[in-house]
Ligand binder design. Structure first.
Ligand SMILES: C[S@@+](CC[C@H](N)C(=O)[O-])C[C@H]1O[C@@H](n2cnc3c(N)ncnc32)[C@H](O)[C@@H]1O
Length: 286
């Protein structure tokens, strides 16, 4: 691949998905896009780039963007976020939302569904406490392909062996040949929508809990700040944000503050609005 082709692909991916590729990732781009080029009947990356530059290749461009996303996920990934959900988030929400009896949760880059279904199973395990509640889990992703798999809720033996406790497999899944499908009751708890985090998502409405894990890690600093700001606007003041194990708001934004003693868990920062207030007072006094 020529440096010009690589530069074109880098800026296309940054603009379309936020993916911030460093200068030395040609091998990654080649390994993911060469099969796609061949599938499209093109001999190589150069021809793929030429076709996209020529315009009128929107479907192919979308395929390129999707092929470059990393969709790695598994049930109850990293365990701790789901311990926080069971032991900290749910008890707090059950108390603070006791009168309105509703709970909205967003899995903001849901990939093939293991994250929103892990959340759904945690809630189902608390069915008695949540009886009479309106519970919504909204699962979104940029990629149509992963969303289709998530909607179907069908997983291989390998996938259900990664992180899913055997008692939950037996309780919530049905075996279909060599595959396992999550039960319709759990599937029905999750609404799927295609959504690019770079674009406006204010139409989703307010959420009590947001899982935004292992996606911001691929964005540059400016895109992270911008996304955090817009996520904060979608949260209830006492809402909770769960980030991935390698992600943090520290040094990036003050839109959120860490929840004490709960790694990866954050809340909207009430001081943020307060920090702006004195400035307004000074302006008004002049
Ligand atoms: C590594 S997976 C994380 C899945 C899950 N949250 C987890 O932690 O296991 C990252 C997901 O982010 C999605 N993604 C990448 N860029 C995105 C964007 N700009 N908007 C929405 N989703 C995006 C990818 O399609 C992929 O499914």
């Amino acid at each position: 691949m020529t440096p010009f082709d690589y530069d074109f692909l880098r800026s296309l991916l940054k603009q379309r998905s936020g993916l911030d590729l460093s200068a030395d990732k040609q091998y990654l781009v080649e390994s993911r896009l060469l099969p796609l080029a061949r599938k499209a009947g093109l001999p190589g990356i150069a021809e793929l780039v030429l076709k996209m530059k020529g315009g009128g290749a929107e479907a192919l461009t979308k395929e390129v963007v999707e092929a470059m996303t990393t969709n790695e996920t598994f049930f109850f990934r990293d365990k701790i976020p789901f311990d926080h959900l069971r032991e900290t988030i749910l008890p707090a929400m059950l108390q603070s939302r006791a009168s309105r009896k509703s709970l909205r949760i967003w899995s903001a880059a849901c990939s093939t569904g293991q994250e929103p279904y892990s959340i759904a199973m945690c809630l189902k395990e608390r069915a008695q406490a949540l009886s009479g509640w309106r519970v919504e889990i909204v699962a979104t992703d940029l990629s149509q392909e992963v969303l289709e798999k998530s909607r179907a809720g069908i997983y291989s033996q390998f996938e259900v062996q990664r992180g899913l406790p055997i008692q939950l497999l037996v309780k919530y899944f049905t075996q279909i040949g060599e595959l396992w499908q999550i039960n319709s009751e759990i599937r029905g708890m999750v609404q799927h929508k295609q959504l690019n985090l770079l674009q406006d998502f204010s139409h989703l409405g307010k959420f009590d809990v947001i899982f935004c894990r292992n996606v911001l890690i691929y964005f540059d600093q400016e895109t992270k700040i911008n996304t955090f700001d817009r996520v904060a606007k979608l949260m209830e003041p006492d809402g909770m944000l769960m980030l991935g194990a390698a992600e943090s708001v520290v040094g990036i934004t003050n839109a959120f503050r860490p929840y004490p003693d709960r790694r990866g868990l954050y809340q909207p920062n009430p001081d943020r609005g307060g920090a702006r207030a004195p400035l307004l007072k000074v302006v008004a006094a002049r």
